[in-house]
Design a binder for this molecule. Structure first.
Ligand code: TXA
Ligand code: MG
Length: 384
């Protein structure tokens, strides 16, 4: 049923307001209103949208992605009037977050009006995760569809998220009704997901483009969910253990919650973003990381394996693996965030079997980057 759809494709440059752009958005919006699935660009990654109120539409999203159904979806809105139809009264800190960061890459988990969206969107929780994307094509599409749009990243479940329309086609062509190609996304990693816990207290459930320092401009206490320090653990970095589940300092380990019993952001427990080859994340002093990766890659090559190194522009010439891919600049980690998912897809395209990834500093956007690297590595983290 989901494998032989005709996927309509529209191209809309952000900011374009010519008749062709307007009719493309109108057609894609109509498709959403009719209960279809439409992929569209946001400032983070491409999303696969459906009318959040319609269970049959939302089920098509899960089916197209092959996504586990206990993982709730983010609901996207274009303006504040849509919010009133989704959520119960919320606190002043939530309001301050919206004023400071919307539209933008921040998702806020809020108390849901019962029945406002399909239970398939919330996975039965009494909360709903809402965000207003900072992308002109997304905002126009949602406004014109005139419905709350549930949209997870537009990739097959387990694959790296799409930062280009081409990535969406690779994964979902023939499985979804439409795709709006708006060019490359901006941040490159999914939004920060937060939940407030009383006045001035914000808990990060998933790190993203809105950094802890930015959240601190609004909330005096920023906590890190226990699901974020799972991977650090004693076996990789003893420092992360002292933070505990209410750490007010970022966990340096970052990110896998494979054994957290009941993660607050249910999606964090799945192995995500993974390339097909087996990846290991290597952290430590720069020269030790380089020597370790060189040694391991050479040994794997000698065994006949196709090897890959995920690195940064500054270190590109340090390695001689089959595929040496720089995701961006270490000196400007925003570029590495933008390039990460495309880099992971490149290893797949080149048939790489074993990948070593260099860790990066975990502050600023580096927290989100390390979180996704750790997940792509499926928890295989080595400190050298
Ligand atoms: O940047 C993004 O957020 C992208 C683009 C397309 O907007 N969307 C995205 O959606 O990443 P999705 O559905 O793949 O991510 C949902 C995340 C998961 O970690 C999920 O567990 C969490 O948000 N989530 C959703 N509803 C929740 C809720 N009610 N409580 C806690 N976490 C929730
Ligand atoms: Mg996703």
């Amino acid at each position: 049923m989901t494998t032989n759809k005709m996927t309509s494709l529209w191209r809309v440059q952000p900011g374009a307001n010519d008749p062709a752009a307007r009719s493309a958005i109108a057609a894609a919006a109509q498709m959403l209103r009719d209960g279809g699935t439409v992929a569209f660009p946001t400032e983070t990654v491409y999303g696969l949208g459906a009318d959040a109120r319609r269970t049959e539409a939302v089920e098509q999203v899960f089916a197209a992605k092959g996504r586990p159904s206990d993982n709730p979806l983010i609901v996207h809105i274009a303006d504040e009037s849509q919010l009133a139809e989704l959520v119960l009264p919320y606190g002043e800190t939530d309001r301050a977050l919206m004023e400071r960061f919307w539209p933008g890459p921040l998702t806020i988990v809020l108390p849901a009006i019962p029945g406002a969206v399909s239970p398939r969107v919330t996975a039965g929780l009494d909360t709903v995760a809402v965000r207003m994307p900072l992308h002109d094509v997304a905002l126009r599409l949602i406004a014109e569809a005139d419905c709350p749009v549930a949209a997870p990243s537009a990739n097959r479940s387990g694959r790296p998220s799409p930062t280009l329309a081409e990535h969406v086609r690779e994964d979902l062509d023939g499985r979804i009704d439409g795709l709006v190609d708006g060019g490359p996304t901006g941040v490159g990693l999914e939004s920060t997901v937060v939940m407030t816990e009383g006045p001035g207290v914000v808990r990060i459930l998933r790190p993203g483009g809105v950094t802890p320092a930015m959240l601190r401009e609004v909330a005096k206490t920023v906590l890190f969910d226990e699901s974020l320090d799972g991977i650090g653990g004693e076996h990789t970095n003893p420092q992360t253990a002292v933070h505990g589940s209410d750490a007010a300092e970022p966990p340096s380990g970052l990110g896998l919650s494979v054994d957290a019993a009941a993660p607050r952001s249910p999606g964090m427990k799945y192995a995500h973003y993974a390339p097909e080859g087996e990846m290991v994340l290597v952290s430590g002093a720069a020269s030790a990381v380089r020597d370790y990766i060189r040694r391991e890659a050479e040994a794997a090559s000698a065994r006949g394996e196709v090897t890959g190194v995920l690195t940064y522009e500054e270190h590109r010439n340090d390695y001689a693996a089959d595929a040496v891919v720089a995701c961006g600049r270490l000196g400007q980690l925003e570029t590495a965030a933008q390039g990460l998912y495309a880099a992971l897809r490149e290893f797949d395209a080149r048939g790489v079997q074993r990948i070593w990834a260099e860790a990066c500093p975990g502050d600023g956007i580096g927290l989100a980057l390390m979180n996704r690297l750790a997940k792509a590595a499926g928890g295989r983290v080595v400190s050298v």
